[in-house]
Design a protein around this ligand. Structure first.
Ligand SMILES: [Zn+2]
Length: 116
């Protein structure tokens, strides 16, 4: 059965409906754009699948970066935000001494890391 989920990403104010097939096993499910319900200010110039792809990429990147940090520092508390150039900023807090160079090496230079 095709199910439609309304998605409110936590990374922006867009709202998107996507469809997926409940008959497929979880690891084979593909999310397909059903309709764009609302575009936020950041993504207002994008349309259709380009819009969906951009919102999804931003949201997934944030989740992947946070989980990569927790792989290194399991107790890490990570707050995130975007700077004025829409670059992801991660504020990392941990009982361990955080080595930003190790984190940057692991997650790449597309992100700003602050130790708080
Ligand atoms: Zn958006």
């Amino acid at each position: 059965m095709i199910n439609v989920t309304r998605w409110h990403p936590d990374t922006c104010d867009c709202i998107i409906d996507y469809s997926w097939d409940t008959d497929l096993p979880a690891d084979q499910r593909v999310h397909i754009l059903s309709q764009t319900v609302r575009k936020c200010e950041v993504h207002q110039d994008l349309d259709g699948t380009d819009h969906y792809a951009a919102v999804r990429k931003e949201n997934m990147s944030k989740n992947i970066y946070i989980s990569a940090i927790k792989d290194v520092y399991a107790d890490a508390n990570v707050d995130w935000s975007f700077d004025d150039k829409r670059k992801l900023v991660l504020d990392v807090k941990s009982a361990s001494t955080i080595d930003v160079a190790i984190l940057m090496d692991k997650i790449g230079a597309d992100v700003k890391i602050n130790v708080v």
